[in-house]
Design a protein around this ligand. Structure first.
Ligand code: DLL
Length: 440
């Protein structure tokens, strides 16, 4: 199903012509309206006339999160506040938030993009959608909210938290579409079942997940738990919010809204563009944003692009599920490890729940990885032989996949913290433990 079929299935040649035309306009727009960009473009010698083909994009300087922070709060806005009708911000863990503003046109394009990805998985005006992302400065909830309303869904703006009430509403309101982070959906299904609510009593059929990574293995578990079909949706507040890319029903990559964004993959170290199919850092240029346009924004997310036609008929290119971020890639004893690799291994071992935590420590200049995983069945804690067998299986599988040894600790069911938004699964104590061991 399509929301804007003509655009979503536009022949690539036409799509690329549209992108080029929009890119030229964007360069001109940025130079005229944002002093920061005017200076950067001038220094790089870029004028709209110099953009002759899409490959000329590579001459435009990158924009980083720090550029938005340095111009806090409104320095990168291309429109006066009078024309800005919404402001969002991403919290970040340190320092000031990154602030973004939307004009009326931006909000309309945003809800189109979100409506596309919801329609792509089969959401219609007959659906009842429960939005369990946190409402507020975070773009997830309001982004999905207006996209789903545009389709004509009955939207329940419940926000995140108060999980027992969420479960009650799922049942009583006949929710058919759940919007949440995958980790919150997993937690919610656990709570619903503990409350004695069975899947037969629910009408849930679709999960619109996103905002954090989720391996296919973990997704399968969540789907079984709730009896629904889900898609992975990607975005970030600096670029708009959700709606940047999302899976169709084929679930073979996340389609970009290429009429609004140009994705590129670069080598995160050299900054050089990489050819299609190669893995690297995703860089995105926004083509239509008026409030705060982004020229070659470095997302730090690791993925790769696929321009092959998709079975669904959409022509817009796809990205692989995000493998991790350049800044959450763990370097353990010199080996690059992504938390998603560990999640995949764990999800394939029977008896182990999908809840885990990674604890990193350092002693004598050596890094140690401890993987804490919950057991499905508490009675196993009484059976040393079986417990040890399970633990050894996990250690061996991790060693095969990661190439380094990790300590595995099996813990009682429900003893690992649950999250109502994005899960925080990495506890990095390396600086702390080095200090404790007297090496610093
Ligand atoms: O998380 C926007 C969003 C909301 C997307 C709801 C989808 C659904 P931020 O809070 O700015 O925006 O976080 C952006 O989250 O750079 C990725 O590292 C991560 N991320 C977002 N979606 C995915 C995903 C929203 N589907 C940052 N898979 C991004 C993996 C994701 N990581």
């Amino acid at each position: 199903m399509f929301f804007q079929k003509d655009i979503e299935t536009m022949p690539r040649k036409k799509l690329e012509e549209l992108q080029l035309e929009r890119l030229k306009h964007l360069v001109d727009y940025c130079a005229k309206n944002v002093p920061f960009y005017a200076k950067r473009l001038n220094e790089a010698g870029i004028t709209p006339e110099k953009i002759k083909s899409l490959s000329d994009l590579k001459y435009i300087p990158f924009t980083n999160k720090s550029d938005i922070r340095d111009n806090y709060p409104y320095g990168l806005f291309a429109k006066p506040l009078k024309e800005i009708v919404r402001i969002h911000a991403s919290s970040g863990t340190t320092g000031k938030p990154t602030v973004v503003g939307y004009t009326r046109n931006d909000l309309s394009n945003w809800s189109d993009c979100v409506a596309r990805l919801c329609t792509a998985v089969g959401v219609t005006d007959d659906d009842v959608a429960q939005i369990s992302f946190g409402y507020g400065l975070f773009t997830g909830a309001l982004g999905l909210h207006y996209g789903l309303e545009k389709i004509g869904c009955s939207v329940i703006p419940v926000s995140s938290g108060n999980t027992e009430k969420q479960a009650m509403l799922l049942k009583d309101f006949g929710t058919t579409v759940l919007v949440a982070t995958p980790s919150y959906a997993m937690y919610m299904s656990e709570v619903a079942h503990d409350m004695g609510i069975s899947n037969d009593e629910l009408k849930l059929r679709i999960g619109l997940f996103g905002s954090e990574g989720c391996t296919n293995e973990l997704r399968d578990k969540i789907e079984k738990g709730f009896g629904l079909f889900s898609t992975d949706n990607y975005g970030m507040s600096e670029l708009m919010g959700p709606g940047v890319s999302g899976e169709c029903i084929e679930r073979d990559g996340l389609h970009f809204a290429e009429d609004h964004f140009i994705p590129e993959i670069i080598d995160p170290v050299t900054g050089e563009p990489l050819p299609p199919g190669e893995k690297g850092e995703l860089v995105i240029t926004t083509l239509t944003k008026e409030g705060i346009p982004m020229l070659r924004y470095r997302t730090k997310d690791i993925t790769r692009l696929n321009y092959e036609p998709c079975k669904c008929g959409r022509t817009h290119c796809r990205m692989d599920k995000v493998q991790g971020r350049t800044d959450d890639m763990l370097k353990i004893r010199g080996v690059n490890v992504f938390p998603s690799q560990i999640e995949s291994v764990m999800a394939n071992i029977d008896g182990i729940s999908p809840h885990y935590e990674l604890v990193l420590t350092r002693k004598n200049y050596t890094d140690y990885l401890e993987v804490r995983i919950e057991l499905m069945d508490a009675s196993l804690l009484e059976n040393f032989g079986k417990l040890e067998q399970l633990r050894q299986t996990a250690v061996n599988k991790l060693h095969t996949v990661l190439g380094i040894s990790a300590k595995v600790v099996l813990v009682a069911p429900k003893s690992i913290k649950r999250y109502e938004g994005k899960a925080k699964r990495i506890i990095d104590l390396r600086n702390q433990s080095e200090k404790d061991s007297g090496n610093i």
